[in-house]
Design a protein around this ligand. Structure first.
Ligand code: HPA
Length: 246
C-alpha cells in the first residue's frame, strides 16, 4: 500500500513518537539488509514510514550505513516521498546550533561508498542531479514549517564528508570557500540513490554544533551534539503533521 511519507531519522532521532498503530517490517533487498526495521504507522490520517539510518541503537557509523538497502526497503514499502533528517555542523553565519535548515544544494566529499544502483548492467543510469533535492518537496517542507510556526532556513549547501571523525579546521575552511553552509556525514549517497529510484527527496538538516574552527568551543562533544539535536527536534512532530496536510 502506498505511503504518504517516509522519514529517515539521523543521529539523535531514532523514532517518531507520534506514529500510531505501528507495524514493523523487515525488508530484504538485493543490496543486503537495511539499518533496521521499517516502522509503518498512522500520523493524523496519513500512512508514514520511519527508518533509523544508523539503526535504532545507533550502531552503524556513517560510512557503514547500507544506503542502497535503506532506500530500496523504503521504496518496497511504498514510499514515493522521503524526508531525510540529517544532523549537521554549521559553517556559515545563518546556520548556528539548533537551527533547522532545508538545503537546496550539496557537494559530495565522501569516498568508497556504494553510491549507485547501476553497477554496469542494463541501461546507463546517469540521473539528472543538478537540483539534488526535490524542489516540490522542499517547497512543501518550507510551507509546512511556516504553517506550524517553526523556523526553517530556506536553502544552503550541504557538504557530505566521509567521517566518522569530525573535520579539521582547514577542511572546514576549504568547504566554506567551496560554498558549503552545512557539513554532515550522511547526506550522500542517500540523496543520489533516492533520485535513481525516482523518489521525491528532501533534507531537513538539524544543526548540532558549529563546525570545526567556526565557533568558540575548543572541542565538539557528543553531549553538545545530542543536547542541541534534542532541542532543535522539539517541533518536528508538528512540522511533519503539517507536511502531511499540505
Ligand atoms: N561535521 C560533520 N558531521 C556532523 C557534524 C560536524 O561538525 N556535526 C554533526 N554531524
Amino acid at each position: 500500500m502506498a505511503l504518504d511519507l517516509a522519514v529517515i531519522g539521523g543521529t539523535g532521532v531514532y523514532r517518531l513518537a507520534a506514529l500510531e498503530d505501528v507495524e514493523s517490517r523487515s525488508f530484504q533487498t538485493p543490496y543486503g539488509a537495511p539499518s533496521g526495521p521499517v516502522r509503518i504507522g498512522r500520523l493524523g490520517g496519513a500512512r508514514v514510514a520511519f527508518l533509523a539510518r544508523h539503526g535504532e541503537g545507533h550502531a552503524l557509523p556513517p560510512h557503514r550505513v547500507n544506503y542502497r538497502a535503506n532506500l530500496h526497503a523504503l521504496h518496497q514499502a511504498g514510499a514515493r516521498r522521503v524526508l531525510a533528517l540529517n544532523t549537521v555542523g554549521g559553517i556559515t553565519e545563518a546556520y548556528g546550533p539548533r537551527v533547522l535548515a532545508c538545503p537546496d544544494q550539496l557537494i559530495d566529499y565522501t569516498w568508497g561508498r556504494a553510491s549507485t544502483f547501476w553497477d554496469g548492467e542494463g541501461e546507463p543510469l546517469h540521473v539528472d542531479f543538478g537540483q539534488p533535492y526535490s524542489p516540490q518537496l522542499r517547497g512543501k517542507v518550507l510551507a509546512a514549517a511556516r504553517a506550524a510556526g517553526i523556523e526553517v532556513v530556506d536553502g544552503g549547501c550541504y557538504g557530505a564528508t566521509q567521517g566518522p571523525r569530525l573535520e579539521t579546521n582547514a577542511e572546514i575552511a576549504r568547504m566554506r570557500r567551496d560554498g558549503c553552509d552545512l557539513v554532515g556525514m550522511t547526506g550522500m549517497p542517500e540523496a543520489a540513490l533516492a533520485r535513481e529510484l525516482g523518489l521525491e527527496y528532501a533534507c531537513l538538516a538539524i544543526v548540532a554544533n558549529w563546525a570545526a574552527g567556526c565557533g568558540d568551543a575548543a572541542e565538539i562533544t557528543l553531549e553538545e551534539v545530542l543536547e542541541n539535536v534534542a532541542a532543535a527536534s522539539a517541533g518536528l512532530p508538528q512540522l511533519i503533521q503539517a507536511l502531511l496536510q499540505a
